[in-house]
Unconditional design. Structure first.
Length: 536
């Protein structure tokens, strides 16, 4: 049998910058001085036609990076990758366009796989039937739950007839019926001699389905052998790790993560030796140099024009500065006069509770408490009166301490973070199955309650919204008025353990942070060790 996948000393690094401006400065320098994070380091292996390979490892081990490299979604930083065949990656919502409907996404992904319009038309009913998401097939994907996205992604991928099927945690969501349908399809591919790479946290699934297993550990292959041999060693490791104290676990993670960081001070042109990216590196270096030279010329031209017309320019500028200075003085006097009396400021913005809990009052004198609000609760603030915010609930005007609420500006920029960036900060009881817990976001109350193996603590917040808490896993789900989980709160986090994301620009106070991407709004309070992910 010939190899379908060959990795030779493959590494994948990501540049880490302290601030956004560092990226711009690097564009105009032939040298780079920053820290790199090696998600994959010097990995070598071969996978042959008909192999069914499992990939296991703790969170942050590099499993998803490995799957993206095999699927050719991302290029390696160094080393060589040889893929002989058509690959298809199945992961939760991967490759789906949130703005398009499910039907439109089917057509788009099939076209990307090189299928003709005639072929797409032929397999479309089969894909829709396999996905089994009903009328949602014509709704935008942004309205789908994680389980529905996974169903659609799996249905598309298995019907494009790939040579190499890569399944990255896609079976961790969805109901038991769909899970069995996926297993049956994978067994069908297995009988056809297709190459399957199965990434999962479930040891039992890997052991029952795979022939060999790759054990990833912090960016490197710890072991690659027959399934029984690797699973036994991996179980021993997991048992050893779980028996460590929290301090010992933290120290182990810290030492392993430190081994993945490396400081760089090298010429950019020699950074990548990857066969797949050598040509593009040279082009990029030339482009950056050309941009830098053009920028300098434009600055020089601008300065020349200023000096050619210096008198009118300077006169105009001086006049503007004087006007601005006088305006500032007038505004300052106005503010001072206004500060002497407590006035009402119109707000009209959403605010988040950023403390453990805060009381809501019926009157501004804070003497009559109505009900409490909890961390992560969201209210629409209409006014600020002194040290209080006012909002309306059930046709009542209510008040809350201004210091306990953070207002959300509409100008907040989206970040490019992923949930994986925060995994190192989660408590181990939660992080070991974090994808499973996040998969229920968007699900309904009864579905979540019946799917968990432990009984929840059922409560309500002051706004009448239901909360399901699972103290053993340090997690709680908050539900909207439709009974759908729109927020997940993780307790007992260790913010100092985060190494993959810079929170400097997200800081809103000494202990609170806010950031958002296209899917989530994230609030962090380091003082009370909580983090909240809310669906947008």
């Amino acid at each position: 049998m010939r190899p379908k996948v060959i990795f030779k000393n493959v590494s994948k690094s990501y540049n880490l910058y302290n601030k956004q401006s560092d990226k711009i400065l690097e564009m105009f320098s032939s040298r780079k001085k920053n820290e790199d994070f090696q998600a994959i380091k010097n990995v070598s292996f071969s996978i042959y036609e008909g192999d069914v390979i499992g990939v296991v490892g703790l969170n942050g081990a590099g499993k998803s990076t490995l799957s993206n490299l095999i699927a050719q979604i991302i290029p390696p930083t160094s080393g060589e990758i040889e893929i002989n065949g058509e690959t298809s990656l199945i992961a939760i919502s991967v490759g789906l366009n949130n703005q398009l409907s499910g039907r439109e996404n089917i057509r788009l992904k099939c076209l990307m796989h090189g299928l003709s319009n005639e072929k797409i038309k032929k397999i479309l009913p089969d894909i829709i039937e396999f996905a089994d998401i009903g009328k949602f097939i014509d709704q935008p994907v942004k309205n789908y739950s994680s389980g529905m996205k996974s169903k659609l992604g799996f249905a598309i991928s298995v019907h494009t007839n790939p040579d190499i099927l890569i399944i990255d945690e896609a079976l961790s969501v969805g109901d038991q019926t769909f899970y069995q349908k996926c297993i049956d399809k994978m067994n069908e591919f297995k009988k056809q001699g297709k190459t399957i790479i199965f990434i999962s946290h479930s040891i039992s699934q890997v052991k029952s389905f795979c022939d060999k297993v790759i054990w990833m550990n912090y960016g490197q292959i710890e072991m690659f052998d027959e399934v029984q041999i690797v699973i036994e060693k991996y179980r021993q490791f997991v048992k050893w790790f779980n028996n460590l104290s929290e301090t010992e676990k933290k120290q182990y993670r810290y030492e392993k993560l430190q081994s993945q960081y490396k400081a760089e001070d090298v010429i950019i042109a020699s950074r990548s030796r990857s066969r797949l990216s050598r040509k593009s590196t040279k082009t990029r270096d030339w482009s950056f140099s050309f941009i830098g030279q053009t920028f300098v010329l434009l600055i020089a031209l601008f300065i020349t024009i200023i000096f050619m017309f210096k008198i009118p320019f300077i006169d105009t500028l001086t006049g503007l500065l004087k006007d601005e200075q006088q305006h500032s003085i007038n505004e300052g006097d106005k503010v001072k006069n206004e500060e002497k009396k407590e006035v009402t400021s119109m707000i009209s913005q959403y605010g988040f509770v950023v403390v453990e809990d805060t009381n809501v009052y019926n009157s501004i004198d804070s003497t009559s408490a109505s009900f409490p609000l909890n961390f992560g609760d969201k209210v629409y603030i209409t006014e600020q009166i002194g040290e209080h915010f006012k909002f309306t609930f059930d046709d009542k005007e209510l008040y809350v301490n201004q210091s306990d609420i953070i207002l959300l500006e509409e100008s907040f920029e989206e970040s490019s973070f992923q949930i994986e960036d925060f995994v190192s900060a989660f408590p181990s009881e939660f992080s070991d199955s974090y994808m499973y817990f996040f998969a229920f976001l968007g699900g309904n109350y009864d579905q979540i309650k019946s799917s968990m193996s432990t009984e929840p603590v059922e409560t309500e917040n002051g706004l009448g919204e239901s909360i399901l808490s699972y103290p053993a896993y340090f997690v709680e789900y908050h539900f909207d008025d439709q009974g759908n989980a729109n927020e997940i709160v993780i307790n007992n986090i260790e913010l100092d353990a985060i190494g993959n994301i810079d929170l400097t620009s997200s800081k809103m106070s000494d202990s609170t942070y806010y950031l958002q991407n296209e899917t989530y709004e994230v609030f962090i309070n380091d003082e009370i060790s909580k983090i909240s992910f809310s669906l947008k």
